[in-house]
Design a protein around this ligand. Structure first.
Ligand SMILES: [Zn+2]
Length: 418
């Protein structure tokens, strides 16, 4: 398949942008990216998508969310995180969340995310096995973590049951990693999990080489309580427990000092910034610029689409991430367009430790990957989808004009690409 005539924003190491560019795809891998003239001269394809007047971008990566919460949208706004969690969300989940609920919520979230150009997301919820099935059926890619905490959850009522469910979940999805599902373990946070729960969760994840998804330093209360109870910051406490590593994805990372940032970088932890959520709950402003400067991979996320955000729109998160840093520093150059597109694509991939597979448009030779390891080639579903929906170009807004029919086709193509 060829995608031709668009402005190809590769997000490769040089951040190359090709006007009137083209992408050649063979099977499920990108084989060449270049000017339209060069690619058309070299490759013939059964299918060509004309992307003239459109941006061709890598699929966006939603690095932190709780997708089934689409069905809880509008439950309660205008409260603090602590109040929202304990008074509203946890009780509502205990009452309403079933496997069927999770399936429908995931289906809706998949449709919304595809419409917004998201091709990969990292999720933390309950009945995560059902989230995985629906994610795979939708043709999306997910890093999906079964939530573990110290009180009864909608799916499992004890720690032992949670760990047992999670182990089964990890076993089931092992080997599916390259295309669709990376099964993960998601100890919720240091304020809902004991030291023992955190360590058992990490141990289980490492037994199966699975990622660990966790909320870290997401509110001032968490920092204050950690200082009082653990004598140190949330990051340093987690480091002491050996939770942090190149398999860890830490959502939020708002209350992280200089030492914390060095630890996150040294341990190769991926961080995910959620500006809508942090602003809506008045949780604080993550030091994104300092984190990036320390060498930490910082991605972008929407957080759950209820209470802490009301949508799954990565374009909005890019917009807000830039504006939040600008106004906080009173500096319009604080975090620019290039930086936030990086966070939604290649840096988001790095935060999920998946930058060899996704996050940029480049062939395996261009990305310096070994051509004898086809599984490591950049995946092409991202290209198929994004070129077809067309994000804002030449004064056109998403929702305008001719994107409707191609979007339906693209969804089918993603499903067909297996
Ligand atoms: Zn969250």
């Amino acid at each position: 398949m060829l995608v031709t005539g668009g402005t190809v924003v590769t997000m490769n190491a040089e951040r190359r942008i090709i006007e009137d560019g083209a992408v050649a795809v063979d099977g499920d891998a990108i084989v060449a990216v270049g000017s339209r003239a060069n690619i058309e001269a070299k490759y013939a394809a059964a299918q060509t998508i004309i992307a003239k007047g459109k941006l061709v971008l890598p699929g966006f990566i939603n690095g932190h969310t709780h997708v089934p919460m689409t069905l809880l949208r509008g439950l309660r706004d205008d409260v603090t995180l602590d109040e929202w969690l304990r008074k509203y969300i946890f009780p509502a989940e205990a009452k309403n969340v079933t496997e069927e609920f999770v399936r429908w919520g995931t289906r809706l979230a998949a449709a919304e995310q595809m419409r917004g150009g998201v091709t990969t997301f990292a999720d933390m919820y309950y009945f995560e096995d059902a989230v995985a099935e629906e994610t795979k059926a939708a043709g999306m890619r997910g890093v999906l973590g079964e939530t573990i905490l110290d009180f009864p959850a909608p799916d499992n009522k004890s720690n032992a049951a949670m760990l047992e469910y999670t182990e089964k979940f990890l076993k089931r999805w092992q080997g599916d990693a390259l295309i669709h599902i990376h099964a993960a373990v998601a100890p919720h946070s240091i304020y809902t999990c004991s030291q023992k729960t955190l360590q058992e969760s990490a141990e289980l994840a490492r037994k199966y080489s699975a990622p660990i998804l966790i909320h870290v330093a997401e509110m001032k209360k968490e920092l204050d309580d950690s200082r009082a109870q653990n004598g140190t910051t949330p990051v340093q406490y987690l480091d002491k427990l050996r939770i942090l590593g190149p398999d860890t994805v830490a959502a939020h990372c708002i209350y992280v000092d200089d030492t914390d940032r060095k630890i996150l970088a040294q341990r190769n932890v991926g961080c995910v910034h959620n500006p809508s959520s942090n602003m809506m709950l008045a949780s604080g402003v993550a030091p994104v610029i300092e984190e990036r400067a320390a060498g930490v991979a910082v991605g972008l996320g929407t957080d759950g689409p209820a209470g802490s955000n009301n949508d799954l729109d990565l374009m909005e998160e890019m917009d807000l991430a830039a504006k939040l840093q600008k106004i906080t520093r009173m500096d319009p150059q604080a975090l620019g367009a290039k930086a936030v597109v990086e966070m939604a694509t290649i840096e988001g991939a790095r935060a999920l430790h998946m930058e060899k597979e996704i996050g940029s448009l480049e062939s395996r030779e261009e990305s310096g990957l070994d051509s004898h390891r086809p599984g490591r080639a950049k995946r092409c579903a991202d290209v198929r989808y994004l070129c077809a929906i067309g994000v804002r170009v030449e004064g056109k807004r998403r929702g305008d004009g001719d994107h409707r029919r191609p979007r339906g086709d693209a969804r089918q193509e993603i499903a067909d690409s297996g």
